[in-house]
Design a protein around this ligand. Structure first.
Ligand code: 13P
Length: 289
């Protein structure tokens, strides 16, 4: 069933588990992400960034959201469709217009007061039609600064716990993305990040709203399981799923080039689904639908 993200995350916070939000960047991945959730009886958040290559025109977005909504409506587990990293008010309104059931406004690179003002504006509009909002305090940068997607991501800033209560109260935001040692994208070889669990505990004690961890990939299963038990309710995962999927597609090709060519896309999609199912167990959402 298609739901707004609060329907999934308020329960997750209360019961102490996390829900995966896979980067869903092509049409083929929508069905297999939902299939993973149905197989694991887990809730799911389709995380969609309007900057993906597949979403360059209004028609692209129209088709993508039509497909996501249709499939989610027929799912037998709760599925939310979330705008990932909405850059500004206009982008967020465009997403809501296309049928997203949750939006992130990412003003994390702005100074505190400007971040608050940007989020307030979105919350005011989105809440008036029942759409919940995610925002970020502190700034989650890139795991490996030499691997740049966008310049914004290179500057990391840890979430300041002394600002959390004021931020949540003044913005009225529904979900808070935190920067506690996590980072986007691939880490340099053999690096596992240090997650500041003391800081996570402080933040979770201050606010009862669901907390979000961006950059779930490469964080380490133990870290992730513990974070989910301590208030992290939504974990964004992109890079790891792409790696598992790519490895599977290439292995199929190397084993038998003829079959591998034909099955390249199917193998990729299967790998992506297996990665999601794996993380549902790590985050504790299996059986929670
Ligand atoms: P990773 O690619 O590091 O998993 O991050 C995904 C993400 O945070 C999308 O917002």
């Amino acid at each position: 069933m298609l739901v707004t993200m609060d329907k999934i995350l308020v329960k997750a916070r209360k019961e102490g588990y996390g829900v995966i939000a896979p980067s869903t960047f092509s049409l083929e991945l929508i069905g297999c992400a939902i299939e993973a959730a149905e197989r694991k009886k887990s809730p799911l958040i389709l995380n969609i960034n309007l900057k993906y290559d597949a979403l360059q025109t209004e028609q692209d977005v129209e088709l993508f959201l039509f497909t996501a909504r249709e499939r989610a409506l027929r799912a037998n587990v709760p599925v939310a469709i979330n705008l990932d990293h909405g850059a500004d008010y206009k982008t967020v309104m465009r997403a809501i217009n296309h049928g997203f059931t949750s939006v992130m406004i990412d003003a994390s690179a702005k100074p505190f007061e400007e971040n608050i003002a940007a989020v307030q504006e979105v919350v005011h509009a989105a809440h008036s039609i029942g759409i919940p909002v995610e925002a970020e305090l502190g700034c989650v940068g890139m795991a490996d600064p030499t691997f740049q997607i966008e310049t914004k991501y290179t500057q990391s800033a840890t979430t300041d716990p002394s600002l959390v209560a004021e931020y949540v109260e003044r913005t009225g935001v529904d979900f808070l993305a935190v920067s506690i040692g996590n980072a986007h994208g691939p880490y340099a070889k053999n690096i596992v990040p240090h997650i500041d669990f003391e800081l996570l505990k402080q933040i979770a004690d201050i606010t009862p709203i669901p907390l979000v961890l961006h950059g779930g990939s490469g964080t380490g299963d133990e870290n992730l399981t513990k974070a989910c038990q301590m208030g992290i309710c939504k974990i964004n995962v992109g890079t790891d799923l792409m790696k598992i999927a790519t490895d599977k597609a290439i292995a199929g090709y190397e084993e038998n080039a003829n079959k591998g060519r034909l099955r390249f896309l199917t193998n990729y999609v299967d790998g992506y689904r297996e990665g999601i199912e794996y993380y549902m167990d790590v985050f504790g959402s299996t059986g929670k639908a």
